[in-house]
Ligand binder design. Structure first.
Ligand code: PLP
Length: 340
């Protein structure tokens, strides 16, 4: 039994999802007449209470489209130093939006309103890039799936309003946060100028992300998406997966969180583990003891049939997901018991 905990992106469509794909009505999305894509976009927009939505190929694309729309050349984006938009999008902020980044040191990836306020440049000073937007990530991948305190988000929004800054949410795993906090997507839709959500992570779709925001933002983003080569045709087959996932795969994320916590308990008893990050959702990050290299540990585990990724010199990440069952958890425990 192969256990793949490299990412929650590795899941394969379930039989129900494949069936939804088979039944999908499709058209040409570049001509704006693919009914399944339109249905998915309306569904997501109404969940979050935004005017509009745009179905795209990836979360990188939806994040980048938002940043491109909010910024102009010479702008600056404020975010935590562990942010996906900064670390893992190929320098897209510079490439796509000709803008710079001000990174802040948050608490496992979460920044505060006070930190944001302090990072805003004086507009009158011509030496400085123009602070234009703030980007938050919830849950925070590199922070170990940590969840933002909504009260802090509200405070950050106030600072943004005072300084005329746009507020973006990288919500690749927003549903993991929502099922834990019982907050409503609407609360998020109300506060953020743009939200990126991923269907291809915990929700188990093969491909797809959505950008949510105002009609004006989405109109602009659609134009940039086309320029990037992101106009797609019978995308309805993929949109059908997304509709299915929003209907069937949100509540079950709690299962992933339960299993992640159990993995954390196993790991915290191992002498080869120095510490485990607090586990709030489906991401488990732990530090190896005895200066052991994450790459060596990961390759040792892979020989035993457990795949994971190094997340720093001595840090290892496990991500639980739809295709990781209790049977896998049992097998994983045996492997971890024999991993030293
Ligand atoms: C996965 C992820 C994305 C988007 O990744 P894609 O692979 O481009 O879909 C964005 N932000 C975070 C925090 C992610 O984990």
């Amino acid at each position: 039994m192969l256990i793949d905990l490299r990412s929650d992106t590795i899941t394969k469509p379930t039989p129900g999802m494949l069936e939804a794909m088979m039944q999908a009505e499709v058209g040409d999305n570049v001509f704006n007449d693919d009914p399944s894509v339109l249905q998915l976009e309306r569904k997501a927009a109404s969940m979050f209470g935004t005017e509009s939505a745009l179905f795209c190929v990836s979360g990188t694309m939806t994040n980048q489209l938002a940043i491109r729309a909010h910024c102009s050349p010479g702008s600056e984006v404020v975010c935590d130093k562990l942010s996906h938009v900064y670390l893992y999008e190929g320098g897209g902020i510079a490439l796509n939006a000709f803008s710079s980044v001000r990174t802040l040191e948050g608490n496992r990836g979460r920044i505060t309103a006070a930190q944001v306020e302090e990072a805003i440049n004086n507009k009158q000073d011509i030496h400085l890039p123009v602070t234009r937007m703030v980007s938050l990530e919830n849950t925070m991948n590199k922070g170990g799936g940590s969840i933002y305190d909504f009260e802090e988000i509200v405070k950050i929004k106030k600072v943004c309003e005072q300084h005329h800054l746009k507020l973006h949410l990288d919500g690749a795993r927003i549903f993991n946060a929502l099922v834990e906090t019982n907050e409503s997507p609407m609360a998020y839709g109300n506060i953020f100028d743009s939200i990126s959500i991923c269907l291809s992570k915990g929700l188990g779709c093969p491909v797809g992300s959505l950008l949510l925001g105002s009609e004006a933002l989405i109109t602009q983003a659609k134009r940039f998406r086309k320029v990037m080569g992101g106009g797609w045709r019978q995308a309805g087959y993929l949109a059908a997966c997304g509709i299915y996932a929003l209907d069937h795969h949100i509540d079950r994320l709690k299962e992933d969180h339960r299993r992640a916590k159990m993995i954390g308990e196993i790991l915290s008893q191992k002498e080869y583990v120095k510490s485990v990050y607090p586990i709030e959702t489906n991401i488990v990050i732990f530090e190896l003891a005895h200066e052991m290299l994450a790459s060596d540990f990961a390759s040792r585990l892979s020989e035993k049939g457990l795949l994971c990724i190094g997340f720093g010199k001595h840090l290892v990440r496990f991500v639980t997901h739809l295709d990781f069952t209790d049977a896998h958890l049992e097998a994983l425990e045996t492997i971890l018991n024999n991993a030293s």
